[in-house]
Design a binder for this molecule. Sequence first.
Ligand SMILES: Nc1ncnc2c1ncn2[C@@H]1O[C@H](COP(=O)(O)OP(=O)(O)OP(=O)(O)O)[C@@H](O)[C@H]1O
Ligand SMILES: [Mg+2]
Length: 376
Amino acid sequence: MEAGMTKDFVNPFTPVVGKVPLHIAGREEIIADIEGALAGAGNDPAIISLLVGPRGMGKTALLSHFADTAESSGWVTARVTCVAGMLEDILIRTQRATRHLVDIEPARKIKGAGIADFISLELEDSPRELSNWRSRMDDILDALAECNTGLLVTIDEVNPSIDEMATLVAAFQHFLDEGKKVALIMAGLPYAVTSLLSGKSTSFLRRAARYELQALNDYEVEEALMRTMRDGGKSFEPDALEAAVNAVKGFPFMLQLVGYRVWRMAGDSETVDVSIVNAAASVARKELDQRVYEAAWFELSEADKSFLLAMTEDSAITRQADLAGRLNKPSGHVSRYKKRLMQQGIIQERSRGLLEFCLPGFKEYFQERIAEEGDL
Ligand SMILES: Nc1ncnc2c1ncn2[C@@H]1O[C@H](COP(=O)(O)OP(=O)(O)OP(=O)(O)O)[C@@H](O)[C@H]1O
Ligand SMILES: [Mg+2]
């Protein structure tokens, strides 16, 4: 425990990438849908789900949350990131988890062989070609079915340029057609998901339930801040809570940063006043700048910056058609840079030809940095 903090409590906030927060703000509908699908018969569309949203919006945290709850109700889970080697990774993790299950129920048999024998056979094999992946998974799924359980695969940071996605999607289509107990939850930046769905070999995913993680509402932020703080043995004074909510601006990552700093700065005090929140918010804001915005800023080329600067002329939505004139560039240039910035998770296309900043707070950060550059 940190010295000088409220006795017997540790900081309850989790400003760590991918960490499941103590209290998840909002997201009730997504959680109800996906947990409902996991509890249901397997014909629910949310049995294959896509979580889509900009950075820091809580995609990884939700994936972990679903994997945790699925595990606690008996599912076997394989949690992977979308990189080359992902299929082998899923296979190995599934085998490991299955072996654990077998340890719990050693008496179970499949077709005359113990699951343990079957698994060790699998593990003795040298990695075979990926074309075998589906049939190897098929065998494991049959073994799991004998134990009355299913497999949840979570894939983070989906990347359409990873060829293994096509194999995985085709295999899942087959598993579902065969009535196997499987679930697939994927997460990614909007652009990556859109281009994944447009691919021919992964078009089956258009049937998946798609959830857009938007900024949180203020009342959702308020409730999560209040509850988490209470679990840490402290409470906000009313105007302090309001100030904290204003500092968070609906951004989940900022909720954790602000809460973490507030709790720490409050020291031994059990109540948090507005001066603590103000001091904490300015530290949290710097941390957010460093961890999220600065990284995004340094990825920007001069042409990216001109593009974004032209977008800041609008208060919220920019028409793509207006940008060619503002930038004095052909429309091909505009489409190219739109795509680049979407890939970086900085802007999104709300609907055809309508663009907006999607990383909460980045527009303001960008304007400040541009003004600083102008001062140099
Ligand atoms: N609904 C939520 N309520 C409270 N805190 C949240 C919520 N969602 C995420 N967080 C917190 O926000 C931070 C960022 O979450 P996470 O890493 O899951 O975002 P992400 O969308 O995966 O970002 P990236 O695209 O950068 O991977 C973590 O500290 C997490 O604990
Ligand atoms: Mg993530």
